[in-house]
Design a protein around this ligand. Structure first.
Ligand SMILES: [Zn+2]
Length: 266
């Protein structure tokens, strides 16, 4: 059963003008982050079978931050289970107070209507956790997380998941106490997979599955099954299934049928 489930990529950047058949040929379920409301509007008008487009406003993109509008963002949530890419960036040229204002408005919407929220926290890990905690956000997935061990433990207590890419050392996460059950794979194409084997493309998370398997003493098949169970559990808790494309809804249902012996941390 688990072999029938394709690779999962929880954070990739994809040209919103890409042909549907090119997305389908990736052979993976890809969660595609958008950086601005303009990009999100175009993305959410698409109807793709195995791509989950997010509504996002990247903290590092000045124009996107300047044009952010909370009610417009809110209107997108009816069309997607996924909010991405949002958060704070300590290296951004955008003033931190503006980033915080945008992120707070997004978290308020995503607390009212819970979604999977892929969160950027570069050089702002502690502040991101403060804001997630203040907003009471559920469904946060910390993308490319580089927080300290105490911050990672705090993130776990807040119920966050972690999406990891090939540029990260997953052994650090395990040492900080993150279980396999809290981890999802991502490429962060085209940034996070610079070191991956070719072809580098969204959905190619074999390297990540292999490193997770090595660090957690499992097989890549067990990792695949567990990551699908983790996603399915999160979607079930937040009641998000109906917002996914029909083929992905079927995969989520299949993931819930997987026997626990098909995965888990040995
Ligand atoms: Zn990104």
């Amino acid at each position: 059963m688990s072999r029938a489930l394709p690779p999962l990529d929880l954070h990739a950047h994809v040209d919103v003008g890409i042909a549907s058949r090119d997305l389908e040929s990736l052979g993976a379920v890809v969660f595609a982050a958008t950086r601005s409301l303009e990009e999100a509007e175009r993305a959410l008008a698409r109807t793709d079978l195995v791509t989950v487009w997010g509504a996002g406003c990247h903290p590092g993109v000045a124009k996107a931050q300047a044009n952010f509008d909370a009610s417009r963002f809110s209107s997108f949530l009816a069309d997607t289970p996924f909010v991405s890419e949002v958060g704070l960036d300590g290296a951004s040229k955008v003033a931190l107070h503006q980033q915080r204002e945008t992120f707070a408005a997004i978290l308020a919407e995503a607390t009212h209507a819970p979604r999977l929220v892929s969160v950027h926290s570069k050089r702002a890990t502690s502040q991101v956790l403060d804001m997630l905690e203040a907003a009471g956000t559920r469904g946060a997935i910390l993308h490319w997380w580089l927080g300290s061990t105490p911050e990672t433990k705090r993130a776990l207590e807040l119920g966050c998941l972690f999406s990891v890419n090939a540029s990260m050392d997953v052994a650090d996460l395990r040492e900080a106490g993150v279980p396999l059950e809290a981890i999802l794979p991502e490429t962060d194409h085209p940034s996070g997979n610079r070191t991956s084997s070719v072809p580098r493309q969204p959905g190619r998370i074999a390297d990540v599955e292999r490193s997770l398997a090595a660090v957690f003493g499992a097989t890549p098949e067990v990792v695949r099954a567990q990551t699908w169970r983790t996603l399915a559990r999160a979607c079930g808790e937040l009641d998000l299934d109906d917002l996914f494309p029909i083929p992905v809804q079927r995969m989520l249902a299949a993931a819930r049928e997987l026997p626990s012996s098909a995965g888990g941390t040995p």
